[in-house]
Write a protein that binds this ligand. Structure first.
Ligand SMILES: [Zn+2]
Length: 316
């Protein structure tokens, strides 16, 4: 039952139970489940709490026909959409819309659940958007994601978003977080650079980021000269990319109200860059940095790599 989440997920629990109690059901929910292991179990409790009259009173029904049908997966008013290969495809959403367009004969609501909604392909997302913009009466959408940063903003903005607390379990650590912790370590352990050198590089790199953010492509004209001694040294270059990545991760944390910063002394700069970007932009930039980072180890011309970084960052 929902009560199982009272201690582990107090924030989500409070919201969800008040929705159910007050019968103020929205037409779309997005759960940022952070790799929660029993997320479907939670969703089923939520669905039951919406549909079953007895559930609210006893807080644990499971005995009525509705709950039994839900448990045995034969409730025709609930539809679950999952990945079809790598993506959720447009045809799946169109079929879903068709099924949802008829009114339920027995239940107050029809409910559809989309697992991994971060993997809706573009056409599927557009179809879903239209559906979310003009919701059918009596239809509830429940979207699930393990990576809220990958969900389109337009979809997020049409849903009530609930963020689960992360489970303290290394196995459930996301790939993204793992990457960050590896990079953090690489900064901690350093890489043959002495501390003074490191501090100076960090300062220069953050200034470099500010330049790109403000002057965009134009910064190519003067930036390479400033970074000259960094660009010609592969160790420094790797370190530089680590800094850029971690700095944007800090910007993202700032946007998401997390207080866990790598560059604690650069609060003002973090805030400044955060103001210039929305969350999706930051995520795109992080991806771009990671993509270019991989190229350092190939024998690529490092000057060209920096130019590429400036140009592609400016285009985001
Ligand atoms: Zn029931």
């Amino acid at each position: 039952m929902l009560d199982n989440y009272k201690i582990g997920q107090p924030f989500v629990y409070n919201f969800v139970s008040s929705i159910v109690k007050n019968k103020k059901i929205a037409h779309a929910y997005l759960f940022d489940t952070k790799n929660l292991t029993d997320k479907m179990e939670f969703v089923i409790f939520f669905v039951k709490a919406i549909l079953c009259e007895k559930y609210i009173n006893s807080d644990n029904c499971s005995a009525c026909e509705i709950c039994r049908n839900i448990d045995s997966n034969i409730c025709s008013d609930i539809k679950i959409i999952e990945l079809d290969g790598l993506w959720i495809k447009k045809e799946q959403i169109l079929e879903l819309q068709k099924e949802m367009s008829t009114k339920s004969t027995e239940l107050p609501y029809k409910i559809y659940i989309i697992k991994n909604c971060e993997f809706l392909n573009k056409q599927a997302a557009n179809s879903l958007l239209k559906f979310l913009e003009e919701p059918e009466e009596g239809v509830i959408a429940i979207l699930l994601t393990d990576n809220i940063h990958k969900v389109m903003n337009t979809i997020k903005s049409r849903c009530q978003v609930f963020t689960f607390k992360k489970e303290n379990n290394n196995e459930n650590e996301s790939k993204f977080d793992r990457e960050v912790s590896i990079l953090n370590k690489s900064i901690e352990n350093s890489n043959g650079l002495d501390i003074i050198d490191e501090k100076k590089i960090i300062e220069q790199v953050i200034e470099f980021i500010e330049n790109i953010e403000i002057d965009k492509e134009r910064s190519i004209l003067f930036i390479n000269t400033k970074l000259d001694n960094m660009v010609s040294n592969r160790v420094k270059l790797i370190f530089m990319f680590d800094i850029i990545f971690l700095f944007y991760k800090d910007v993202l944390n700032y946007k998401l109200f997390y207080k866990n910063f790598t560059f604690k002394n650069y609060g003002k700069e973090i805030e400044k860059i955060a103001d210039l970007n929305d969350i999706m932009n930051i995520v795109r930039k992080l991806k771009l940095i990671t993509k270019l980072q991989e190229k350092i180890s190939n024998n690529i011309n490092t000057n060209l790599l920096i130019d590429k970084l400036i140009i592609e960052m400016s285009e985001v």
